[in-house]
Design a protein around this ligand. Structure first.
Ligand SMILES: [Zn+2]
Length: 253
């Protein structure tokens, strides 16, 4: 009953919930991804392998030896290269049909509009609270859906914010984070948790563009513990906080 042709997307096109027609639509998708570290390595590979047509990577960092336990986009002989250049090389080899743009800048108040305005979906997950909150506010203001996926130690989670539906924003999930300006620094982490978070996050992007927006992780987050597996994924509900100082401004206008 299956017709397994040797084409790039054949195996997923044979899935009834995916199909050839939806696969074609992915070509038009425009996704901006902020950062290309551990979670984003798996995230980006999933988007590129699966056929998300247009991807902008915003990353300014350089590859170090200690990245390689989890940042599966990079190889040992990439050490010293910029993550953006190395990611571009690997991802283009993975799927040359994808239009991938690289911006080697740190996102800030000054450049965020230029970096994100032409993109339909944003993948967040930056390491500093200030950066995360900047993206949250920008996406709320410009009604851009975004996904946040994160991993630390052996746990992680992912959720999405869909401003046009007034769903819980990043600051509703993390009210304290909003007031914490400083970078929290390096934390222990491993490849199991970053890859799981990246895959769960990438599923959010595919759901959006494949037409399953009603099944996204909005107003809730999917959490897991990966190492020495706890055996449980949990869903934590998070409805919008009426008194949220961030989304209240944008949702009430
Ligand atoms: Zn909020």
């Amino acid at each position: 009953m299956f017709n397994f042709e040797d084409t790039r997307y054949n195996r997923q096109e044979q899935m009834p919930e995916w199909g050839k027609e939806r696969q074609e639509k992915l070509k038009e998708a425009k996704v901006a991804v902020i950062g290309a570290g551990g979670v984003k390595s798996t995230f980006l590979m999933a988007l590129v392998a699966g056929g998300i047509g247009n991807i902008r990577i915003i990353e300014f960092d350089t590859i170090e030896l200690s990245n390689l336990n989890r940042q599966v986009l990079y190889r040992t002989d990439d050490i010293g290269r910029t993550k953006g250049q190395a990611a571009l090389t690997t991802l283009t080899r993975l799927n040359p049909d994808i239009n991938i743009e690289l911006i080697e800048e740190k996102i800030s108040e000054n450049n965020i509009d230029n970096l994100l305005k032409d993109w339909d979906f944003i993948v967040e997950g930056g390491e500093s609270p200030a950066g995360r909150n900047l993206v949250n506010e920008y996406c709320l203001q410009h009604k851009k859906p975004f996904t946040h996926a994160s991993a630390q130690f052996s746990y992680g989670y992912a959720f999405s914010v869909v401003p046009k539906e007034k769903s819980a924003c990043f600051a509703c999930f993390f009210p304290e984070d909003h007031t914490r300006p400083e970078h929290t620094g390096a934390v222990p982490v491993n490849v199991l948790s970053t890859s799981l978070a990246g895959s769960i996050g990438a599923a959010e992007v595919f759901k959006w563009f494949l037409g399953y927006q009603d099944r996204m992780l909005t107003n809730k987050r999917l959490c897991f513990s990966s190492l020495l597996l706890s055996g449980e994924f949990t869903v934590e509900q998070q409805s919008r906080r009426e008194d949220c100082p961030v989304c209240s401004i944008h949702y009430n206008n």
